[in-house]
Design a protein around this ligand. Structure first.
Ligand SMILES: *Cc1c(COP(=O)(O)O)cnc(C)c1O
Length: 392
């Protein structure tokens, strides 16, 4: 009998304890394990290489992503770093030009050290991908939806263009396996920052790499142990706890997002809304085809600038001004000065990230409260705008 993802996540490791019949699996913090006898190791010997608590999380995530095995890492970045170990110094990695900033920095810095070669391309454009494929890359890195403009690329199409011989990797952080399953769309590897939706409570930094086939999984597990990027048992325990409610959280996240969007659409101080669920969004059709939902990340531009943007952000009490995303609490972020501050201003503008762009990670508070909070912040701005006009 095959269970749905919701059931798999809820039942992860439940009733697996042989010793006491604990319903919830225990947390094994031990760094090492006794040998039963000389030359008789047990299933586990050392927690960098293997740990029961971490393995429970890895197996569950592998099931959720329809993979054959997973490696739990200490962060999303160490998950990405782990995947780069599949490449030799002459291998080429193709990555999206608008990928997560940390991914861009890592791939660039390692390429500068001669670890591999990297080429950043606009993956929304078939010709650009085809041109990059002429260089016979070893690996193609895909990330969809993008941050912070929520551009969606067609995973299946890119995987087909790439063909059998190229390792196709998808960073699935923004949607989680509940809303997108890249391995069923042709990818070989899925990467997560479990810091975001998978843990969902903003209290762990962690990552995961899930492989579709055994051979790749074994290479990844070997390197994870070799370089020592495996996640801690405690973090794995907390993450497993968060993961149990992933499906219900995603449902509420999306329901709230819908209401927030409906409000923003009527708000005259909002210029553009970037959300794949909107029919006006350039990649709405692709999102509809490959995603099981439109997610809970969105961004929008304000008509107001400078001090008024500050007034707006400071007037909010239910959207905390912070980076990161995917927790139960709602967050607001100003990409130009926060997540994308390291980009030079010209490149930022070219990428469509204006100074009046704000990004929301919609949480699971009561949706009406969230809308009221936004509304009162907009009202304050409106007053300021009117005052400004009078004085000007
Ligand atoms: C946060 C994030 C990462 C990095 O993960 P950390 O857990 O912060 O190391 C990678 N990719 C995406 C899409 C992210 O949002």
């Amino acid at each position: 009998m095959s269970s749905s993802n919701q059931t798999i996540a809820v039942r992860s490791g439940i009733e697996s304890d042989q010793q006491f019949g604990a319903v919830t699996p225990p947390l094994y913090l031990s760094s090492n394990y006794t040998f039963a006898d000389l030359e008789q190791p047990r299933q586990y010997d050392y927690s960098r290489s293997g740990n029961p608590t971490r393995d429970t999380l890895a197996d569950t995530l592998a099931q959720l992503e329809a993979g054959c095995g997973g490696v739990i890492t200490s962060s999303g970045m160490s998950a990405i770093y782990l995947v780069t170990h599949l490449c030799d110094k002459d291998d080429v990695i193709i990555a999206p030009h608008d990928c997560y900033g940390g991914t861009y920095r890592l791939l660039n810095s390692l390429a500068e050290r001669g670890r591999f070669k990297v080429e950043f391309v606009d993956q929304g454009c078939d010709e650009s991908i085809q041109q990059a494929l002429q260089g016979k890359p070893k690996l193609i890195w895909i990330e969809t939806p993008s941050n912070p403009l929520l551009r969606v690329v067609d995973i299946q199409n890119i995987c087909e263009l790439a063909g059998q011989d190229i390792i196709k990797v998808v960073d699935n952080t923004f949607l989680s396996p509940v809303l997108q399953q890249p391995l069923t769309l042709g990818a070989d590897i899925v990467v997560h920052s479990t810091t975001k939706y998978i843990n969902g409570h903003s209290d762990v930094v962690g990552g995961a790499v899930i492989a579709k086939e055994q051979a790749l999984f074994e290479q990844l597990a070997w390197w994870a142990n070799c370089i020592g990027v495996t996640g801690s048992p405690f973090d794995s325990f907390i993450t497993s706890r968060g993961l149990r409610t992933l499906s219900v959280r995603m449902r509420q996240h999306q329901e709230n997002t819908q209401k927030v969007i409906e409000y923003l659409q009527q708000q005259p101080l909002v210029k553009n809304i970037y959300y794949p669920g909107l029919e006006s969004h350039p990649s709405h059709q692709i999102a509809k085809k490959q995603q099981l939902g439109f997610g809970a990340m969105l961004s929008f531009e304000l008509e107001i600038k400078g001090a008024n943007l500050r007034t707006f952000v400071n007037s909010l009490s239910l959207f905390s001004l912070a980076e990161s995303l995917g927790g139960v609490e709602s967050l607001i972020c100003h990409p130009a000065t926060m997540t994308h501050a390291a980009m030079d201003p010209a490149a930022r503008l070219k990428a469509g990230i204006s100074n009046s762009l704000l990004r929301l990670s919609v949480g699971i508070e009561d949706a009406d409260d969230l809308v009221r909070d936004l509304d009162s912040a907009f009202q304050r701005c409106q007053i300021k705008v009117l005052q400004g006009e009078q004085h000007g």
